[in-house]
Ligand binder design. Structure first.
Ligand code: DGY
Length: 338
């Protein structure tokens, strides 16, 4: 990594999407920042044109920064300072080959994403969206409370199986324990013994075995070549018919077509999805299942808090500043990690 000396003119920084005002203002103060005020997603041609000119690209999860774009980047582009935790949309290996540093924004969206995971669990188990729709779709027609109507499933006392016990998975586990769920998890390896003891968590080497035993499956692992369709048709079929699955990680970790089939056949009781395989396109069959009360769908809102997005922006700024001050950016993403 060779960062330019300090005292030079401001680096040209290209933002692909609108960011919170506070972040954009600071970026304009510190950098020669090109904003995207009307937030129109950039086309591939626009990205290529920008990458040919600027010093720093600030992409988000909606921009696919693949090897082809990176290979065509201009000589000035030295830093891709991603406004995201996940880096599956950036070819980090291709960037490294071109001498381009990649950074991300870890830690600051952990709690918000874990909150959203719990929100999905509640929404699916307690039929929150369905209940709200009764009032919204047929105003004035609610006939009142009934002992046997709109019954969901109790959260406390159930078992949750968390796939991926990194920062977000662990934050989900803490919340789940507080709500009286027994925590089970599958991870590359066991987490540190003190945290495992605190969470009273059970580690499963075998994802297959865990899936067959838990009531709620929560997907909290990153999208990598190794986790693509980790929840394959075969694995999903191991889940109990009364169990539910929630996903706030990435859509492609689940074989969505297989999940749809199992939900339709009543072999899985429900799904709560914040992410989708072909995002932003949503499979119409999923929408149908949502209308039937078998799925709750959110539009990738896991980290969508004002505080979280400002914190993410601050991280991007710190990474750019560190780089241009000649230091290793704190959130450098190393190539070849999966
Ligand atoms: C990320 O930053 O990776 C998140 O998915 C955005 O919500």
């Amino acid at each position: 990594m060779t960062a330019p000396a300090t005292g030079r003119k401001k680096p040209r920084v290209y933002l692909t999407r609108k960011l919170p005002d506070a972040v954009e203002t600071r970026m304009r103060e510190l950098f020669d920042a090109e904003l995207n005020i009307d937030d129109t997603p950039r086309t591939r041609a626009e990205l290529a044109a920008a990458m040919a000119e600027v010093d720093v690209l600030v992409p988000t999860v909606t921009d696919r920064i693949d090897a082809e774009l990176i290979e065509k980047a201009g000589p000035n582009l030295k830093l891709i300072a991603g406004f995201s935790n996940g880096t599956d949309h950036i070819d980090v290996d291709a960037a490294a080959k071109r001498g381009i540093t990649v950074t991300n924004t870890p830690n600051v969206l952990t709690e918000d994403t874990a909150d959203m995971t719990m929100a999905l669990i509640f929404a699916v188990m307690r039929r929150l969206v369905e209940g709200s729709q009764v009032l919204m779709d047929k105003p004035g027609q609610w006939e009142g409370w009934s002992p046997t109507w709109m019954l969901g499933r109790r959260i406390g006392g159930k078992r949750i199986g968390i796939i991926g016990m990194g920062r977000i998975g662990t934050a989900v586990a803490r919340r789940a324990k507080a709500f009286g769920l027994a925590v089970h998890y599958h991870n590359r390896g066991p987490i540190n013994p003190a945290t495992e003891a605190e969470l009273e968590a059970t580690h499963w080497d075998s994802l297959d075995q865990m899936l067959a035993r838990v009531d709620i499956v929560s997907v909290n692992c990153p999208s990598t070549p190794a986790t693509f369709h980790l929840l394959s048709a075969r694995r999903l079929a191991l889940m109990q018919p009364s169990s539910v699955i929630v996903n706030t990680a990435r859509g492609d970790v689940i074989d969505e077509a297989a999940l749809i089939q199992l939900l339709r056949d009543g072999k899985i009781a429900g799904a709560g999805l914040d992410v989708f395989q072909n995002e932003p396109a949503i499979n119409p069959k999923l929408l149908k299942l949502a209308k039937e009360g078998k799925a709750v769908l959110f539009p990738h809102m896991g980290s969508a808090t004002l505080e979280g997005r400002i914190d993410m922006g601050d991280k991007v700024i710190i990474n750019i500043r560190a780089y241009y001050d000649g230091h290793r950016p704190p959130n450098r993403v190393l190539p070849g990690r999966d």
